[in-house]
Design a protein around this ligand. Sequence first.
Ligand code: CA
Ligand code: CA
Length: 136
Amino acid sequence: MASVGKPSQYRLELHYLVSNVTLVDLDLDAQELGGVISWHPPEPDVSLVETYSVYLAEDAVGANRTVLSNLAAGTNQLSLAADFDLAPGLTHILVYTRSALFEQSSPAVLNVLDANVSVFNVSITDIDLDDGEAEH
Ligand SMILES: [Ca+2]
Ligand SMILES: [Ca+2]
């Protein structure tokens, strides 16, 4: 017999979704992330939320997801140190809420914007300051 979910799980799905998931990638290398993932707690009620689980995944529903961190309720951000290795294909950040018993099946989703700045023209103006100073 198919499970239709218990009432408390149903409530969690509808009312306990985080919002405004953001990450500004400050690591300008391709396939590397650095910065702070942040989100807004569920409104208006976070009383059942015990944990936020943050994943990287290949799509918005959690394909090949890999956990970044599990954070106690009250913490609404996760710092990624620069040079965090973004494996190919991992294009979404998912934030799930967990109650004591359940993890959400439908997370809040952010498409990863991997900042990638390539420098095409590098020039050096060589100003040799040592000559002048050496004369003193
Ligand atoms: Ca880097
Ligand atoms: Ca990057």
